[in-house]
Design a protein around this ligand. Sequence first.
Ligand code: COA
Length: 315
Amino acid sequence: MEMKFSIQNLQPLTKDILDNVYKLYQDNEQFFRITKSDFENQTLGDTSFNPEFSLVLYPKKSDKPIAVLVGVVKKGYIKKNLIVKVFLVDREYRRKGIGTWMFKELLKRARQSLNIFSSVTYGFSPPQFLQPGVDVRHTSLLFFLQSMGLKRKKSRNNLTVHISKDLTEPKTYKYGFTLQRITPEFFSSTLEFVKKGFFAPTWSAEVELTFNFEKPTTFIALDENKNVVGFASHSTCFFSSFGPTGVLKSLRGKGIGGELLKWCLWDIKNQGYDTSTIMYVVGNTVAYYSKTVGAFIHPVHIPMRASILKWRNLY
Ligand SMILES: CC(C)(COP(=O)(O)OP(=O)(O)OC[C@H]1O[C@@H](n2cnc3c(N)ncnc32)[C@H](O)[C@@H]1OP(=O)(O)O)[C@@H](O)C(=O)NCCC(=O)NCCS
């Protein structure tokens, strides 16, 4: 049976209703746990957050929301794209057409900000993203997006690391390099190092997010002249997530990256967590993490995308 709601039932996500929406998220998100402050950072705190593209559905005369859809419009390599960041319908209201109606409403609202080269994707919205695609365990979401015409692309892996109880404090020196938590005097040189050294346009913005924390969650390697030669960040996506990371090309293979990773895991462990998620790992880097810290592939994500032209008839 189809349920009829009108746009009067929709509210934008605001700080006032965040608690209730977070509760809806927690009650319905089976596999993924994030703190309220991470949920806030990833929604209201996203630099591209636009209340117009956030839909919270309330049935009549009730103060409990039953569905939430948060999209952002961000610049991709060529054009601006619509990326869905959070989407769920309360369990008892599923398969009644609510998701379809909300998704189309979001498309209608976002269309002015898009053009014919734009696409609609799920998940990966750097620098602030929760997941690099649809977690395959979110089966209903996978098939829902498929029903909306989004196509599956090549899978992307996150890795899980169980932080060893025996992990001891990592080294502060390695091969003559100093390893330390970043301090404000190295903020700009680290961002420069990341921008120059790595072909990943959003990494510096991801690293910069960690500078907002009381104790910034980026660790760096410095040479004897205090030049930055490596970095590793954690908790950019949600608390206990790991990445991005990188070491100067000429110094790779010496264990500097591994030691920086251990600093991050150590820092996460000291906050009472025993697990970390290494975000969006590609190619042989998976083997590297498996070897150094016993990481394993989990969870697997499938990016899903469609050209905005798919919904021509909505225009
Ligand atoms: C994905 C979701 C938002 C869809 O909302 P919905 O209101 O149930 O969607 P609709 O009723 O509009 O479904 C439209 C179509 O999607 C497909 N679909 C939806 N759920 C499905 C499922 N469990 N299995 C197979 N297909 C499914 C079907 O083709 C369906 O059409 P049909 O019911 O006529 O067969 C909802 O199922 C949900 O909240 N799932 C969990 C979300 C989640 O894990 N999100 C990740 C965290 S942000």
